[in-house]
Design a protein. Structure first.
Length: 236
């Protein structure tokens, strides 16, 4: 079954149209990448889905049109967004950030076991459990942002440039943890990433955006083997 379906999305900032026909679909439990150069419209696509940017076209989630809904409602129906730049609360501890992520949930016992699970997935966060968000390294903040989003138990987790600003080894371990999260839950993922190598190891399929349009969609393995993609996004 299709969880999320974008059909011919458009979006503008003032008079400037930056998305001009993005279509993609994320199956239940699937993981899909959005690749593309700087400014191609990847971040704007995620913002359109979570209701932060007004969009044209159709955005369906579990078969229902959600275009035009506000960010709160969209979060409430099971879409979580980890924005570029992370968005954790600097003044709150790791523990408090995780609790804030779960604020809409009633299943308190499960909330505690989810926290235990995340601290096992990200041992760095366990060591920093009572530290303020502001005291964390860039990699730890990214781990916290992902964990906080997961605490809402979304059906779809949208990650924007999870590797941005991280040392290569840290970026790799963050992606390994995301892959484990994927394997061990039924969560679906939509992943925006400049580092196509990392993204293509995680996702099943990916869509390439060029100046606000989807120009190519394919299976990860297929994209990795395409010369054009290798030259543009895989450094080879
Ligand atoms: P990046 O990796 O640089 O974030 P991206 O593919 O995610 O690139 P977007 O951030 O979606 O691209 O930006 C698409 C276009 O919209 C770019 O030309 C960008 O300069 C422009 N843009 C983004 N945010 C705004 C804004 N708030 N106001 C005006 N223009 C914007």
């Amino acid at each position: 079954m299709t969880l999320l379906e974008l059909e011919n999305i458009t979006a503008s900032y003032g008079p400037v149209q930056v998305i001009d026909g993005v279509s993609l679909s994320v199956p239940d439990g699937g993981a899909v990448g959005i690749l593309g150069a700087n400014g191609a419209g990847k971040t704007t696509t995620l913002r359109a889905i979570c209701g932060m940017v007004r969009a044209g076209g159709s955005i369906r989630f579990e078969g229902r049109e959600i275009r035009g809904m506000g960010p709160d409602r969209i979060a409430g129906i099971g879409i979580a967004h980890v924005p570029e730049g992370r968005g954790t609360f600097a003044g709150l501890s790791v523990k408090e950030n995780l609790r804030v992520g779960a604020y809409l949930r009633k299943d308190r016992a499960k909330v505690s076991s989810d926290i235990d699970y995340l601290l096992d997935l990200f041992p760095n966060l366990k060591a920093r459990y009572t530290s303020a968000g502001s005291a964390l390294s860039g990699g730890e903040q990214q781990m916290l942002a992902i964990s906080r989003a997961y605490m809402a138990r979304p059906k779809l987790l949208m990650l924007d440039e999870a590797s941005l600003g991280l040392a290569p080894g840290t970026a790799k371990s963050v992606y390994q943890a995301i892959a484990r999260l994927r394997q061990e839950s039924d969560i679906a993922m939509l992943v925006v990433e400049q580092n196509a190598n990392l993204a293509l190891d995680l996702v099943d399929t990916a869509t390439v955006l060029e100046t606000g349009r989807s120009v190519l969609t394919g299976a990860s393995e297929e994209l990795k083997s395409m010369d054009e993609i290798r030259r543009a996004y895989l450094g080879g």
